[in-house]
Design a protein around this ligand. Structure first.
Ligand SMILES: Cc1cc2nc3c(=O)[nH]c(=O)nc-3n(C[C@H](O)[C@H](O)[C@H](O)COP(=O)(O)OP(=O)(O)OC[C@H]3O[C@@H](n4cnc5c(N)ncnc54)[C@H](O)[C@@H]3O)c2cc1C
Length: 552
């Protein structure tokens, strides 16, 4: 149904849809959820800002953890997760996940997933740092790409799932404290879309796109956190970020994430400017085999202490690794670098920390249900699953499991606890965006809107990295307040175009909301250091972000 526009002065059609379950996002979590809804026989729409299957799932590399080995068990897997996640983990969420993932591996294989197998037919389970057993199911260093192809093929073949791609959800529709749908922008057809739904599942991934240096696809900008929080869902550990080494040199590879776990597994070492293998100094027993967060923290400390390379990084050196090992462990990375003129067997890469995955998120129970009626969250959007540190191969694994669980439960609730959607009078634009937009339209001067967003990303990069100090966090808050006061401005030419304006309404509050929340949240931790390792986390009370916001 197409209705006249009510989007301010802009002439844009509005399209209405009703469904049982609306899934926002098309990565591992969103797509697994969609399959469950289709199987349960409820009407389901999957809206995705990117293509139908998109997000960080498509670029996942080394593999994901599941206790599939003969010497392994979900209980052992659970112990490893709890040991490293610290007190911010909800143990029940972790328990359910390690059992379910075994089933998910079988499902993926039955849908055509080609995990690498050994000559005797058993799964070739990779060893990942911090896991007590070899348990990474993988397809070399293109695991995400292989899984995406499988999910994508199955999704395309399933006519029961309505796919609304290149459609960004801007906000949830809430009535009497219950989520009853969402509204967004269909960029493909240039229309506003209003979805009325019995249940909504947020699977928008993490928020690494809000950092100046990150390795995520551009659509991943923390939207789900803002949507859920505005609807009343508490946020847990939102400032907990998993940093990863990203290239700062050679310039041909700037920003490229070279998959350090693969490099380490192949036998590469990290060196500082002086050529010292510094990890041995920090962690004499484990050196390169230390947890990812330990390696990143040590790297950040070396940079901080002035022992960085001339481009501000640390050498990741695979020049002594035999070619056949490189070919086996990181063939895709090797080819990508070679394609850009760099042979990693001859040239060490220079890397520095950038935002990779986010560990916190919306509060959920074991079915992905948030405390707000009608709303679920799964994948990187959900919190409490990884605590303060995720060990390698956990993000994809948890996204697959919790997407499936959320889809199953949302479908069941959509059948049982139905709301009469026809009686709801929804407005295309809730109050929050209406006020924001009116403000933007009214202003005829200020800082360029795109600069304001970029300043937030730079501030996050500079002040919310792996090393945090109270003094610099307070400086960052003051800087944020200055940016906030600056008030963003759009040229008349841009204001006259619907899509850039809507993009601003969607993107700017996200960046600004997260930055403010994360800064407050980081300041409330004691110590403020974002080390994320169990030693630092031990003793933390796990103060909740919602409490922090209330207190601030
Ligand atoms: C380079 C890289 C390598 C990685 N390697 C591994 C690995 O080897 N093992 C591992 O376990 N993990 C790995 N990860 C992490 C893992 O891939 C992700 O955490 C996981 O895939 C997240 O899945 P998801 O479904 O939650 O989100 P995503 O796959 O990010 O999907 C998010 C979806 O939400 C959509 N979306 C976003 N905002 C909106 C909106 N407003 N409206 C509508 N749609 C929206 C996007 O278009 C996308 O479809 C890696 C990550 C990166 C960046």
């Amino acid at each position: 149904m197409t209705m006249p526009s009510n989007f301010g002065h802009l002439d844009i059609p509005v399209v209405h849809h009703q469904t049982d379950v609306l899934i926002v996002g098309g990565g591992a979590a969103g797509t697994m959820a969609a399959f469950e809804c289709a199987e349960a026989g409820v009407a389901v729409i999957q809206a995705t800002k990117g293509r139908a299957t998109s997000g960080t799932t498509t670029v996942a590399r080394g593999g994901f953890a599941a206790a599939m080995g003969e010497d392994d068990s979900p209980e052992l897997h659970l112990q490893d997760i709890l040991e490293h996640g610290g007190e911010l983990i909800d143990p029940e969420l972790a328990r359910v996940w390690v059992y379910d993932i075994v089933d998910v591996v079988h499902d993926l294989e039955s849908w055509g997933a080609e995990f690498v197998r050994r000559a005797d037919g058993r799964l070739d389970l990779k060893s990942f740092p911090s896991h007590s057993r070899d348990r990474a199911c993988h397809h070399y260093d293109t695991t995400g790409n292989m899984i995406t192809k499988v999910l994508s093929r199955k999704l395309r073949a399933d006519a029961r799932i309505a796919k609304h791609s290149i459609t960004a959800i801007v906000d949830l529709l809430v009535q009497d404290g219950r989520v009853v749908g969402a509204w967004g922008v269909d960029y493909r057809n240039g229309a506003l879309v209003i979805y009325q739904a019995q249940q909504v599942i947020l699977c928008t991934g993490g928020g690494s796109g809000l950092f100046y240096v990150n390795d995520n696809p551009p659509q991943v900008t923390g939207d789900g956190y803002v949507l859920g929080f505005r609807a009343g869902v508490p946020l847990l550990g939102i400032e907990m970020i998993d940093f990863q080494a990203m290239c700062c040199s050679p310039k041909e590879l700037f920003g490229f994430a070279p998959h350090p776990t693969g490099f380490i597994n192949a036998g590469a070492v990290f060196r500082n400017q002086g050529g010292e293998e510094f990890l041995k100094r920090y962690f004499p027993d484990t050196a390169e085999q230390s947890t990812r967060s330990e390696v990143i923290l040590a790297m950040a400390k070396e940079i901080h202490a002035g022992r960085a390379t001339s481009t501000g990084g640390i050498f990741m050196d695979a020049t002594k690794v035999p070619m056949e090992v490189i070919q086996k462990q990181i063939p895709h990375v090797y080819k990508t670098c070679l394609h850009r003129g760099i042979d990693i067997t001859k040239t060490p890469l220079e890397v520095a920390p950038g935002s990779h995955t986010w560990l916190g998120g919306l509060k959920v129970d074991v079915d992905g249900k948030t405390p707000v009626a009608g709303l679920f969250a799964a994948g990187e959007t959900a919190g409490g699953i990884h605590g303060g540190n995720r060990i390698g191969g956990s993000a994809l694994s948890a996204s697959l499991v919790y997407g499936r669980r959320a889809g199953r439960k949302a479908a069941a609730l959509a059948r049982e606890a139905r709301v009469d959607l026809a009686r709801l009078e929804v407005d295309a634009i809730p109050e929050f965006e209406r006020a924001w937009l009116a403000d933007l339209m009214r202003r005829d001067s200020g800082a360029l809107q795109s600069d304001v967003r970029m300043n937030c990303c730079m501030l996050a990069h500079n002040k919310l990295g792996p090393i945090r100090e109270e003094r610099t966090l307070r400086e960052a808050l003051a800087e944020y307040e200055r940016i906030e006061r600056e008030e963003s401005w759009m040229s008349d030419e841009l204001k006259a175009q619907a899509l850039p304006t809507i993009d601003a309404v969607l993107g700017d509050p996200s960046a600004s909301f997260w930055l403010k929340t994360a800064l407050h949240s980081a300041l409330c931790r004691d110590p403020v250091d974002a080390a994320h390792d169990s030693a630092v986390l031990a003793g933390l009370l796990g103060q909740r972000c919602d409490e922090i916001l209330k207190a601030s």
